[in-house]
Design a protein around this ligand. Structure first.
Ligand code: SAH
Ligand code: TMP
Ligand code: ZN
Length: 409
């Protein structure tokens, strides 16, 4: 096989690369200064399957390297996301979980941000979360959690112990799982006859339209569309019955999947499929053009940062996000141009960014004295961050955004 091809994890078709970010580190491993030798690197390249249009990475990072006891991402870290998940839980409770003794399973429940609301309502639930640290945090809140990877075997055990699930929910997790075939077989084993499998993930349509290429990193193995999800679901005896666009994380879609024939798809499914066809989202040409824009934005960003540096300005980064690894390492931004990145997550402070080894400082240390510019790597939390760091801009500091293109605000 050509080095720029792989075999589709879902249908066995030919996946052809459309962009190569080169050698990249694990995005969510922030080494302490004495751990820099432990970093793991892989080739981050992304392609589309000729047969089923599923966009996927060409190389898979072993799951135990990514989802460890010390997995640093805590879902509750953002006020907006806490509200989003509370709303999600309330709408599930009012709808799919309103029957008699309902049972809700969440895949990738992290620190329990969603399930805590389900727990408070007294509804039977189970989180499936392989990262031990966040699983413990949610257990401390009284949430039921199994420290495991969701896959066929886990799902069968859960079904044996607890009976069928009315809702299997996942946010920002299904796209992390290359072995999606095993997930679907697991859902088949666990889901009630008229139950729903609901998951939400970054949407390829928004990623291409907004040029948010930094959503591509080790953990995001798949970039879904309604078409690719529908095709995958059908292979395993399911049907895509609803889609909902969500504004979070730069644009996501919430997919609702039911057993074939169990429910009638809403008009929204057909509408999104039509929109995708019109926009050429399943065409290689669209993705190749996206690749050209990725290059241009990264070339532009590094050139502007060099220029600001040469003119004597002090520029830092803000938000030690997983997605920052892609842009920082691809554009080759190092500590000489960006001495620090600031972040509110206690576990990240004092550590280094992966690959570039830019030191992470707390958000409270942003100032005063404040830097001249801060590159916003957590652009998906801009509204919240802008309020938190109001003093920075009040004192003349400026935010630099790089998606959809370089701009100073
Ligand atoms: N749902 C949360 C967390 C997303 S981060 C949110 O939207 O904020 C992704 C989570 O998925 C991590 O906590 C990771 O440990 C978990 N995960 C990864 N692979 C998994 C699998 N196979 N089964 C269940 N959880 C998984
Ligand atoms: P995310 O983009 O993957 O959700 O990660 C957001 C990161 O940004 C996380 O490390 C926390 C950090 N952050 C701040 O530093 N300040 C803030 O005000 C917010 C909301 C997040
Ligand atoms: Zn395929």
């Amino acid at each position: 096989m050509e080095p720029h091809e792989s075999t589709c994890r879902i249908c066995g078709g030919r996946v052809r690369e459309f962009f190569d970010f080169g050698r990249q580190p694990l995005s969510d491993f922030f080494p302490s200064p004495d751990q820099v030798d432990e970093e793991f690197f892989f080739r981050l390249a992304v392609g589309m399957c000729d047969a089923c249009t599923m966009v996927q990475l060409l190389e898979e990072v072993p799951r135990d390297r990514m989802f460890r006891h010390d997995y640093p991402y805590h879902s509750s870290g953002s006020q907006r996301m806490r509200e989003h998940f509370a709303d999600t839980a309330r709408s599930l409770l009012a709808g799919e979980l309103s029957g008699e003794d309902p049972f809700c399973v969440e895949i990738g429940s992290n620190d329990g941000v969603m399930l805590d609301v389900v727990r408070q309502a007294g509804v039977r639930h189970l989180g499936v979360e392989p990262s031990g640290g966040v699983a413990e945090l949610s257990r401390a809140k009284g949430i039921q959690v199994r420290t495991a990877f969701f896959e066929e075997a886990t799902a069968r055990e859960i079904a044996d112990e607890h009976g069928p699930a009315d809702v299997i929910y996942a946010a920002n997790t299904i796209c992390h799982i290359p072995y999606l075939d095993s997930v679907f077989r697991g859902v088949d084993a666990l889901l009630a006859k008229n139950g729903v499998f609901v998951f939400e993930d970054p949407y390829l349509g928004d990623i291409v339209a907004r040029n948010t290429f930094d959503q591509i990193y080790d953990e995001h193995f798949y970039l879904f569309t309604a078409r690719s999800v529908q095709t995958a679901a059908r292979r395993f005896g399911f049907e895509l019955v609803d889609v909902e666009r969500l504004p979070v994380h730069g644009g996501e879609v919430r997919y609702t999947i039911a057993r074939s024939g169990a429910r009638r798809p809403t008009a929204r499914v057909g509408e999104l499929l039509a929109e995708e066809a019109l926009g050429g989202l399943g065409d290689r040409g669209t993705l190749e053009k996206f690749g050209i824009r990725i290059r241009r934005v990264c070339d532009d960003l590094i050139a502007r940062l060099r220029e600001l540096h040469d003119r004597g300005f002090y520029v830092v980064g803000y938000g030690a996000t997983a997605k920052s690894a892609t842009v920082i390492n691809y554009a080759r931004i190092g500590p000489e141009l960006m001495p620090f990145v600031h972040d509110t997550t206690p576990a990240k402070v004092g550590c280094l960014l992966p690959g570039s080894h830019i030191p992470i400082r707390s958000a409270d240390e942003l100032g005063p004295p404040y830097p001249d510019y801060a590159v916003l790597f957590a652009w998906n939390h801009f509204e919240e961050i802008r309020v938190r760091e109001k003093e920075f801009t009040d004192r003349g500091g400026r935010w630099i955004l790089y998606v959809p293109e370089f701009r100073v605000v």
